[in-house]
Write a protein that binds this ligand. Structure first.
Ligand code: UDP
Length: 236
């Protein structure tokens, strides 16, 4: 499937590794190799990374000292920190990368310009979309869905630690059942919550398929996108 365009969303926590916070360069290195395998197969890759390993707006604002809007801006800046790290790791892996931010900070990255992003992708460059949507009260899941729709990605990949979506938390319940295929309505239900409601609604409105897959299984992303092996993922 040459020239397939995808948007991969990683949570900030995924970068933290065993420490649970900060950035683990071994994980960055692993992710960049996985991304490289996609690019080498002719797949155009956009990336959105969360910021939860550094700070989340809701947590920053929980005792009322920091306003929610300010906490959210702190969260968006956290995604830029992660983005810089991801950019370095991808370059270290030999990839061409550009980062674009939803909040202007031109000494660090390009501002988000849709047509420019698409051009980078066409040239085989990985594009990292940082600073979320640029607006408080949104999440990086929503930012990822928005960018996926904007760049015309065929699918958004939510890269997680589990091999798909379960009817309940598989880490807590041994009888949890994997749902290989589910509807947007199911994805919105409280016990499943593939992504937040805003992002699922946006995906649904634009008929954007959501793939939830295990990013720690080496080669899984490529196997799904190139060979259609859906064993270690679920599709909405
Ligand atoms: N954020 C925001 N607007 C956006 C995207 C993110 O305000 O469009 C803030 C929000 O505070 C969020 C934080 O950035 O908690 C980090 O993003 P997220 O929680 O989505 O990261 P993840 O859970 O994926 O690591």
């Amino acid at each position: 499937m040459a020239n397939k365009r995808v948007l991969v969303k990683f949570s900030g926590e995924a970068l933290a590794g065993e420490a649970g916070h900060g950035i683990d360069t071994k994980i960055l290195n692993y992710i960049s190799q996985e991304i490289k395998s996609l690019v080498s197969a002719g797949i155009e890759v956009g990336i959105v990374i969360g910021g939860g390993n550094i700070i989340r707006g809701v947590t920053a604002a929980q005792d009322g000292i920091i306003k929610r809007t300010s906490g959210d801006y702190m969260g968006m800046l956290a995604t830029v920190i992660n983005g810089i790290a991801m950019q370095e790791a991808c370059e270290h892996a030999g990839l061409e990368v550009r980062m674009q931010t939803a909040i202007k900070m031109e000494q660090i990255a390009e501002p988000y310009i849709n047509r420019r992003a698409v051009r980078h992708l066409e040239k085989g460059r990985v594009v990292i979309f940082a600073a979320g949507t640029g607006n408080p009260f949104f999440t990086t899941d929503t930012a990822a869905t928005l960018r996926a729709v904007e760049i015309g990605a065929e699918v958004i990949i939510k890269a997680t630690k589990v091999d798909g979506v379960y009817d309940k938390d598989p880490n807590k319940f041994s009888d949890a059942i994997k749902l290989s295929e589910l509807s947007y309505e199911q994805a919105l239900s409280d016990n499943i919550k593939v992504m937040d409601d805003t992002s699922i609604a946006l995906a649904k409105d634009n008929s954007l398929p959501i793939l939830v897959c295990d990013m720690f299984k080496k080669g899984n992303l490529l196997d799904i996108l190139q060979n259609g092996n859906m064993q270690n993922c679920s599709i909405v």
